[in-house]
Every structure is written in structure tokens, then in C-alpha cells.
Design a binder for this molecule. Structure first.
Ligand code: SAM
Length: 463
């Protein structure tokens, strides 16, 4: 494709911003930003903060994230700064427990942010239609360590059984990706007008497929990482016209340099790399004014896939986590914890959706033996008194995440040992005497060589 970017953006963004300045900014380096997990890093970092996100920080340069154990342990998420604006939309709504669906969720930037913003008693369904991407989403959410979420692998229209259920539905839609032209110049070669048209049709279809699931008075958050109006204002304006919904305004601070643009009722918050320290991003907040309230199904769904652990056996598991609000479930030899108050909802989800994981996978049962799973170590509610603890250094922590067998000196006992790096719970090894077996999942293991000179950690930076 021979795309004259400057002409294209000048025409496309008339009245919104300068195409020339935008094009010039595409030649500059992308900032690197992270959002910390408040359950794992409680101190404020001595780094420049993202103006619209309390937990968001810029790093002075892009390190090798694979070579930081804290990255693998879900202590932070590498997220593009503009998209962290989600906090400004969700925080005012999160003053009460919320039911949230993140429809296009992989790899998990918005899901991990949503679940950190949501208060106790809330539930998140994080869905991804592409199976391989749903696995990555599941890994990232297990590492984030909260028990009130379910990861599903479904098409948007499969959620029709949850009419009027969700207080928030986030649609971070697949798009033509013009906002990624700077980070990934190859994206320019893949761009075409036909693709933009195809994306806008797909975005519209996704919105209609999921609209029923938004509760009356609830909110649909639509976002893309593209600049053109066909996939942003036009998709939203047509949708508002057909549904009678309305866009909400989000208060902005002038110094943020976020552009609010309104067209035919569609209010879009636009992020341009020549105006903000972040990539291209566009978000719109749509409120459903009226609609059908959720009616719980008359007949409770049954699922053979999960069975609640009977009261008398619960003692074996109940000390694994410090959380009174969970139930213990069994599924395919794995015991996991999930929010008690959403158990019926979970049965419905299992009956209608492909569930990748739910809550926190805690232990695997083999006969009478219990083997702790990585999810237990990553859980923010993990009861760290149940196993002997062993502090490891940075190279050993990375060798653990590379799934190497470890030889650890002066281990406190034989059997299962809990590994910790700089106060961050990393995982478990089984000490069999001459070595420690490493059960870290092969699918999650570091593939690259561990170059000592590039090893680093966020937790070693000044706090
Ligand atoms: N929200 C994610 C995050 O913050 O990490 C990024 C989501 S990405 C922009 C869009 C996602 O939509 C992709 O994971 C893609 O696989 C998914 N997707 C693609 N086609 C879809 C469709 N027809 N319906 C729903 N999701 C789709």
C-alpha cells in the first residue's frame, strides 16, 4: 500500500488535530510504561507517573521485561499509557460492587486494570475469542492474583443468556491499528481502506451482539487504538442513533492534553502521540438509559464440570487462602477458590461458555496428596504461613521462571518450599534432597537465554 500518511491524517482528523504534527510524532520513540499491581507493590515508585492513572509509571528506557522476576510474578503489567485512562472512567463507578465483562480482553491490560479498580463483592468476566490468546489472558490474570474473575473463550454473541446483567461492558475492539504505526511500522504496510471498512463493520456487529448484556443504567466502554473516524465517532454515532443510548462526558484536566471530540452525539476521548506521552487511543463511554433488567434463570444450570467441596472436606483447603468470601471448587483434579456470592452465576457461565479458568487454581489433588499450583503463590490472599519460606536472589528467581531444576543451599525442610524474591511471592519447589524440583508450567516458562548483564527488577528501583 502506498499510503501518504500526512494527507490521510490531515483529511481524516480535520477539526480534531494536526495531521502534520501527528506524522512527525510517528518518527519519535514510544514511551515505555507499566502499571503496578497494588496488591504486590504497595510503595510509590520514584518514577514519572502517568497523569491519569495512579498506578501507572513511565520507565526511562525499555528494559528486557522477561529478565525481571517481578514481571513474571504479576507485580506489574506493561501497559501503554494512553489506555490507562480507563481508570478515569471506571473509578467513579467502582464505589459499589460491579459486574463487569471485558469482551475483547487478551492479553489482559484492561482486565488487570479493571479488577484492580473493582471493589470487594465485584466480579469480572474476561473474554477472548481467539483460543491461543485466551490462554495468555488466563496466565496474566492468574498472575494478577484475584479470585473474583472468570476467563472465557467465546464469541460475543454467546453472552446472550446474560441479558441486562453487566454494570460495565468493555469493548476494546479489534481495529486497523493506526495508533500502532509508531511502535510497529510494519502495521503501516498492513493498512488499507478496505481493512478500515471491514473493521468498522466488525466493531458495529460486536456492539450489537453485546448490547443486550448491559444492565439498564449500565455503561459500555468502547475503545480502539486507531485514529480514523470511521472506526470511532462514526461507529458510535450510528450505534447511538439506533439504540437511543447516550455518550457520557468524562472530566479532563487541561494539562493532560487529551482531546475531547464530539460528532453527531458521539463523544470520543482521543490520545495523540504528539500531545500525550502515549500511543494513539480513542475511547467513548456509552450509557444505556433503559432496557430489560436481568432475570436469573428459573432453572439453575447444572454443570458436571465443577463440584463444590463438601463442608467436611473443606478444612483441608480452607487455610490455603486468607479469604472468607470464597468457596472451594473441584474441576479436573484441581481445587480452586472463587467468590462465594457468584457461585450460581459461575454455574451459568460453565453451562454456556468455554471457561479457561475461574478464580484461583490453588492445588492439584493426586490421591490424598495436595500439590500447590503457581496460582496459589500468585494469589493476593495466599496464606503464606502454611509452607516454609525461602528467599531467593534475582538470578535464581529467573532460573525458576525458566523452569530449571534448582540446587538451593540450606533449604529449611524437605517437601514443598515457598519461594520469595524481595518480598514478592514467586512459586513453589519440591525439595527432594539433592535438588529441588520445579513445577513451573512449561507453557509459561522463559524461552530466552538468561543474560546476567541484562537482569534487573522494578523492585530494585528506588521507591
Ligand atoms: N483489551 C486488550 C488489552 O487491553 O490487553 C486488547 C484487546 S485487542 C485491542 C482486541 C482483541 O479483540 C484481540 O485480542 C482480538 O483477538 C479480539 N477479537 C478479534 N476479533 C474479534 C471479534 N470478532 N469479536 C471479539 N473479539 C475479537
Amino acid at each position: 500500500m502506498n499510503l501518504d500518511l500526512q494527507t490521510y491524517f490531515t483529511n481524516e482528523l480535520q477539526g480534531i488535530t494536526s495531521g502534520e504534527e501527528l506524522c512527525a510524532s510517528l518518527q519519535t520513540t514510544s514511551p515505555t510504561s507499566i502499571r503496578v499491581n497494588p496488591n504486590k507493590i504497595t510503595q510509590t515508585l520514584s518514577l514519572e507517573q502517568v497523569a491519569w492513572c495512579e498506578q501507572g509509571y513511565y520507565l526511562p528506557q525499555r528494559p528486557k521485561f522477561t529478565l525481571d522476576p517481578a514481571f513474571h510474578a504479576g507485580a506489574y503489567y506493561v501497559q501503554e499509557a494512553s489506555s490507562m485512562f480507563l481508570e478515569q472512567i471506571v473509578k467513579p463507578l467502582a464505589v459499589r460492587p460491579l459486574k463487569v465483562l471485558d469482551l475483547c480482553a487478551a492479553p489482559g491490560g484492561k482486565s488487570t486494570q479493571l479488577i484492580s479498580l473493582m471493589q470487594r463483592g465485584s466480579v469480572l468476566v474476561a473474554n477472548e475469542v481467539i483460543q491461543s490468546r485466551a490462554q495468555i489472558l488466563s496466565e496474566n490474570l492468574i498472575k494478577w492474583g484475584k479470585s473474583n474473575c472468570v476467563v472465557t473463550n467465546n464469541d460475543p454473541k454467546d453472552f446472550g443468556f446474560l441479558e441486562g446483567f453487566f454494570d460495565i461492558v468493555a469493548v476494546d475492539a479489534p481495529c486497523s491499528g493506526e495508533g500502532m504505526f509508531r511502535k510497529d511500522p510494519a502495521a503501516i504496510g498492513e493498512w488499507s481502506e478496505t481493512h478500515v471498512d471491514l473493521c468498522s463493520k466488525r466493531q458495529t456487529r460486536i456492539l450489537y451482539d453485546i448490547w443486550n448484556c448491559v444492565a439498564p443504567g449500565g455503561t459500555l466502554i468502547y475503545s480502539t487504538c486507531t485514529f480514523n473516524q470511521k472506526e470511532n465517532e462514526d461507529v458510535i454515532a450510528n450505534f447511538l442513533q439506533q439504540t437511543g443510548a447516550e455518550c457520557k462526558h468524562i472530566p479532563l484536566q487541561k494539562e493532560w492534553n487529551v482531546v475531547e471530540h464530539e460528532k453527531n452525539g458521539a463523544v470520543c476521548y482521543r490520545f495523540f502521540p504528539h500531545k500525550v506521552q502515549g500511543e494513539g487511543f480513542c475511547v467513548s463511554v456509552i450509557q444505556k438509559l433503559a432496557g430489560k433488567e436481568f432475570e436469573p434463570p428459573r432453572k439453575q444450570a447444572q454443570s458436571k464440570a465443577i463440584s463444590i467441596i463438601p463442608q467436611k472436606n473443606r478444612l483441608h483447603y480452607s487455610n490455603l487462602v486468607n479469604d472468607e468470601s470464597v468457596v472451594y471448587e473441584r474441576h479436573a483434579g484441581i481445587i480452586w477458590s472463587f467468590s462465594k456470592e457468584y457461585r450460581k452465576f459461575l454455574l451459568d457461565i460453565f453451562a454456556h461458555c468455554r471457561v479457561v479458568h475461574a478464580g484461583i487454581p490453588l492445588v492439584e489433588t493426586i490421591g490424598h496428596k495436595l500439590n500447590p499450583l503457581p496460582g496459589l503463590a500468585f494469589a493476593s490472599s495466599f496464606n503464606q504461613t502454611i509452607l516454609p519460606k525461602y528467599e531467593i536472589d534475582l538470578p535464581i528467581a529467573l532460573r525458576y521462571f525458566k523452569k530449571e531444576a534448582l540446587t538451593l543451599e540450606n533449604l529449611p525442610s524437605k517437601g514443598w518450599i515457598h519461594l520469595v524474591y524481595k518480598g514478592i511471592s514467586i512459586g513453589f519447589v519440591k525439595n527432594i534432597g539433592n535438588r529441588a524440583n520445579n513445577p513451573y508450567p512449561a507453557a509459561w516458562a522463559i524461552k530466552m537465554n538468561l543474560q546476567e548483564e541484562l537482569m534487573w527488577s522494578v523492585v530494585n528501583m528506588p521507591m
